[in-house]
Ligand binder design. Structure first.
Ligand SMILES: *Cc1c(COP(=O)(O)O)cnc(C)c1O
Length: 403
């Protein structure tokens, strides 16, 4: 094995390509993919010590794998946390967090504009096991404070939100959580550590869907939790070992290599998104654009402070129309006229992706619930990729000109 100790104080760009795990005895320069479910043990006594946790060493793929460890170490280095633990998907990571931290009778506070599956996981699945969740305004910290109970264990936020890009104040929510003896977890999917490092603003745990910008090329499902070793190793490790929402080595390897280009992709895609948002804002067929990088965004200053001065790569916009049916027809026309942009339900890809939240991600809500969430039938979400912005604008123009 070729040992190489990294010096302290390295920049995030360096960590993204260097942090991980030592090379094997073969000295590979690019990280190896260890596609194995079991690991050879030198003898029975060593196996016994490793299984008892008395000695370090790989045993079985549900417990750990060198490629998964490399992914975890690199992600923790980027987020600036002591440790990280991989999961099969972003939702697997949130499930792991809930199983590790919560028990029947505990209370959780979440933003009411969290990712739809997250809302369902807390309201429906954890609800079945006696965990109670209150849903409050994304942007009004006073509502989070007012929702606190003696049993509150966790505040869980996501910023910016999907699809309307509402931004919450991470430091303010961390203070509210800590004053009440609770923890703050932040889903950092949309910004990634290239733009936003919630641990520096007081968050205790950071959730990732590696499926999105960490992979960055729309290839595999992955997830992770970042945080202090006391929780990652001692609380979540046993959960993943027994419950099995483990990250596959192949997916870990894909995302590990994806992270090497994370910052330059996030910068380039944020710049593209800003250019498209500015253009849409001036378009006569567009009623409103939601993008944290625009001065017109209600939390623009907070977003710029929290997100390294960049808006991220996801924006939404309302097309003009009339009643909900006319708005939906107009939105569909814009989406269906795209010849370059993909119609798909992912985001975080180098390929731009367009969706109609009102009939997809938020299609199962009632019209009243959708209106309360601000998701009209004329709303379109665009996750901006790496194509030339002139081509993205031309692609959107095709449909917009028809309205
Ligand atoms: C996609 C997404 C998730 C879920 O991640 P999966 O990898 O799809 O399970 C969680 N949070 C946010 C903000 C997401 O966009």
């Amino acid at each position: 094995m070729i040992k190489k100790q990294l010096p302290p104080g390295l920049h995030i760009d360096t960590l993204a390509v260097r942090a991980g795990i030592d090379a094997s005895q073969y000295g590979e320069n690019s990280e190896a993919l260890y596609l194995t479910s079991g690991f050879l043990q030198p003898d029975a006594a060593t196996a016994a010590r490793r299984f008892a946790g008395a000695e370090e060493g790989f045993t079985y793929g549900r417990t750990s794998n060198p490629t998964v460890t490399a992914f975890e170490n690199r992600l923790a280095a980027l987020e600036g946390t002591e440790a990280a633990i991989g999961a099969s998907s972003g939702m697997g990571a949130i499930l792991m967090m809930g199983m590790g931290l919560l028990k029947a009778g505990d209370h959780v506070i979440c933003s009411n504009s969290m990712f739809g599956s997250t809302i369902n996981l807390f309201a429906k699945e954890f609800g079945k096991f006696g965990v109670e969740t209150s849903f409050v305004s994304q942007t009004d910290a006073a509502q989070w404070k007012a929702a606190l109970k003696p049993t509150t264990k966790l505040l869980f936020a996501e910023t910016p939100t999907n699809p309307l890009t509402d931004v919450c104040d991470i430091q303010a929510l961390a203070d509210i959580a800590h004053n009440a003896g609770a923890r703050l977890a932040v889903d950092n999917c949309f910004c990634s550590p290239a733009l936003q490092r919630p641990a520096q603003m007081g968050a205790d745990l950071i959730i990732h869907s590696g499926t999105k910008y960490l992979d960055g090329q729309g290839r595999v499902m992955a997830g992770a939790i970042c945080g202090p070793s006391s929780l990652i190793v001692d609380v979540f490790g046993p959960v993943v070992r027994t419950a099995g929402m483990v990250l596959s080595p192949f997916n870990a390897w894909v995302v590990l290599k994806g992270m090497e280009t994370l910052r330059i992709r996030m910068q380039a895609q944020s710049a593209n998104a800003l250019a498209v948002a500015q253009w849409l804002q001036e378009h006569p067929k567009v009623a409103r654009v939601y993008y944290p990088g625009l001065a017109s965004h209600p939390q623009h200053e907070l977003a710029m402070r929290q997100q390294s001065g960049l808006g991220g790569a996801v924006l939404s916009f309302d097309v003009r129309g009339g009643d909900p049916e006319a708005l939906r027809a107009n939105a569909f026309r814009v989406i269906d006229s795209a010849q370059v942009i993909s119609i798909a339900t992912n985001l975080g890809d180098t390929k731009s992706i367009i969706t109609h939240p009102g009939t997809t991600s938020h299609g199962r809500l009632s019209e009243a619930q959708r209106q309360a969430a601000g998701i009209g039938q004329g709303l379109i979400r665009l996750a901006v990729g790496l194509e030339h912005t002139d081509d993205i604008k031309a692609d959107l123009s095709r449909g917009l000109e028809m309205l």
